[in-house]
Structures are given as C-alpha cells and as structure tokens.
Design a protein around this ligand. Structure first.
Ligand code: RB5
Length: 146
C-alpha cells in the first residue's frame, strides 16, 4: 500500500507523528507538505492528495489540519474520494469496514498525537467488508458520474 500524506501549518506535528508510524509499519508514503510553520491554505494540500488517490497514483491519503474539517471538505470535492473525518478509534475501524474510506482527515487542535497515531494505525490496517456496503458506495459513485 502507498499513502500520500499532507498537512497545513495547523497539523504539522501530527503529520510527523504519522510519518514515524508509517515507517514503523513499513508502509510506503509520499509527503506532500507543508514544510513550514507559516500559514498556508489547506486546499493547496488536500486537493493534490485527493487527486493522487482518485487517479490511483496512491492507494490512500492522510490529511491533517487544525480541525480536519477544511481538509475533509476540500478532499471530498474530488470525484472518487471518500474522505472520513475521524477523531475516535471506533469510527476509524467502521469507516474502513463500511465506507471503504480512502482518505483519513484529523485535526491537531482536536486530539493529541497519541490518539491520532492509534486512529491512523487502525485506519491503515483495517480492510473493507464489501457486501451490502459496496452497494451503498456504488450509489455514491453513480451519483458522482451523473
Ligand atoms: C488554519 O488556521 C485552520 O483554519 C485549518 O488548519 C483548519 O482547521 C481548517 O479547517
């Protein structure tokens, strides 16, 4: 599995924590920024990650900003993206099993690095269940293509 990860200035510490996690899990990743602590605009990071997921260059994406909300709104504008904003471990597992979410968004001003790491670990290692859940995703895909 290959993952694209990015954050704005509000999510840079958790981004580093999750890069460490992916190294430990031996997950291949590409870091699409941001590099600095100065203020940047979250769509400039969310959309490139979402496009790489949508065009198959990577399998999954991880996006961190202050709340996770801006990143998730922007990522979900890209066709084929199912970005889940998650701040608890139950939802991390459920959104992989039920929604086959392909991008995880979190907010560094909402949760700490320990919980973010647990959520990301669950999300990166949980498989989609398919079955009835696939039918529901197909309805979203059909709507997107109309
Ligand atoms: C940046 O100040 C902040 O608005 C951003 O990180 C994010 O929380 C937006 O949704």
């Amino acid at each position: 599995m290959k993952v694209a990860i990015a954050s704005d200035h509000g999510g840079i510490n958790i981004k580093q924590e999750l890069i460490t996690l992916m190294k430990e899990l031996e997950i291949e990743y590409i870091d699409l920024g941001c590099e600095c602590e100065s203020s940047v605009d979250y769509p400039d990071y969310a959309i490139p990650v979402a496009e790489k997921v949508a065009n198959g260059e990577v399998d999954r994406g991880v996006l961190i900003c202050g709340t996770g909300i801006g990143m998730s709104i922007a990522a979900n504008k890209v066709k084929g993206v199912r970005c889940a904003l998650v701040h608890d471990t139950f939802s991390a597992k459920a959104t992989r099993e039920h929604n086959n979410s392909n991008i995880l968004a979190m907010g560094e001003r909402v949760i700490g690095p320990g919980l973010a790491r647990e959520i990301a670990k669950i999300w990166l290692t949980t498989e989609f269940e398919g079955g009835r859940h696939q039918n529901r995703i197909n309805k979203i895909t059909t709507y997107e293509s109309e």
